[in-house]
Write a new protein. Structure first.
Length: 335
């Protein structure tokens, strides 16, 4: 298989979270070609109606190469120049899927067995596919998870703590603000207190960060607002409990804080001979919970280009990734 063509074919199948079925069926067919040539099995793992993980096994999997099928919106079709392949999912993560499939083909051509490929739904939202796979392990001892790390082995990954902050008030005519109670002003005060929380640091992962990603509320410029809310996320570097307590203290008397998601920070394995890095984003690895083996995190492409209108992946890194995945599988099969 040609990694550049396969990447573009995958990019050109829209698979925004919740719409992964078509790209999954396409991969089912391409992996079926490998099964026909080399033996093995490929199957759908039903997660929800019209949402399936795709699992291919070549012997009893000791090592599993895995990444996700979904992308963030909007859909952007592929294009190509001498250096890059562009489009939604080029680096996050359809180029990675292509590199993993091509590495599998190379391994099989050389008679290597006892590894698997697992592609899951929902990583960009709630890791539904990884949680499902964690309930149905197949005995794998090592998991190579693909995310864009510029082909460096990530030895640490920040976690995430997400909240919705909601404030209530009382409507009134804006000419008589003393008759109402502004939910927006209460929300802003609560957010200012949250922004003042001292954020922890870790020697490996660095400093925790805060992003206030969404704010909404109110009815009209001439109405005192009776409701307002914000969505925010901390990037965790350690125990989330101190931040939980700090958030609740910050909003007390002003708003309510509802925890939406907590993904722990991770310190991951390294391998001799592989360049390392630390990443600030979260992955499916916590959702797998060790059920598919000791995790490693590596993939071509830059996270700084993921989720942008300029998403692209260097062709040279795609080719390099095939060799990296092949070498890792070989190394771990003898571990």
């Amino acid at each position: 298989m040609d990694v550049f063509s396969l990447t573009r074919e995958l990019v050109d199948i829209e698979s925004i979270t919740g719409h992964e079925e078509q790209v999954g069926d396409y991969l089912l067919g391409r992996l079926g070609e490998l099964v026909s040539r080399f033996g093995g099995s490929v199957e759908k793992m039903a997660v929800e109606p019209q949402r399936n993980n795709i699992l291919a096994c070549f012997g009893q999997p000791v090592v599993t190469l895995s990444t996700h099928l979904d992308t963030v919106p909007p859909f952007i079709p592929s294009r190509e120049d001498d250096v890059f392949i562009w489009g939604r999912g080029a680096c996050d993560v359809k180029g990675i899927i292509a590199a993993m499939v091509c590495a599998a083909e190379r391994l099989l051509e050389q008679g290597v067995r006892n590894f698997g490929l697992l592609f899951v739904v929902g990583e960009e939202k709630n890791s539904a596919g990884a949680f499902h796979a964690a309930r149905h392990p197949r005995g794998s001892r090592f998991l190579i998870n693909g995310e864009p790390t510029e082909n460096r082995l990530a030895v640490g990954s920040k976690g995430a703590l997400r909240y919705e902050i909601r404030a209530g008030g009382r409507m009134a005519h804006s000419a008589y603000p003393e008759l109402g109670e502004s939910a927006i002003e209460k929300l802003l005060d609560a957010l200012q207190r949250i922004r003042a929380i001292p954020l922890p640091e870790d020697p490996l992962l660095g400093r925790s960060t805060l992003n206030i990603g969404q704010i909404s509320g109110g009815r009209a410029p001439n109405v005192i607002p009776d409701s307002a809310e914000a969505a925010l996320m901390f990037r965790l570097v350690g125990d989330p409990e101190p931040l939980r307590k700090a958030v609740q203290a910050a909003v007390a008397g002003l708003a309510e804080a509802r925890e939406i998601l907590c993904i722990p920070a991770l310190k991951l394995g390294a391998l001799d001979g592989f360049e390392t890095t630390v990443v600030a984003f979260t992955t499916d690895i916590p959702a797998f919970g060790g059920a598919w083996g000791k995790p490693y995190l590596i993939g071509p492409g830059s996270i700084h280009l993921a989720h942008t209108s300029e998403e692209r992946i260097p062709k040279a890194q795609l080719v390099e990734a095939i060799g990296i995945y092949e070498a890792m599988v070989r190394r771990l099969l003898t571990a």
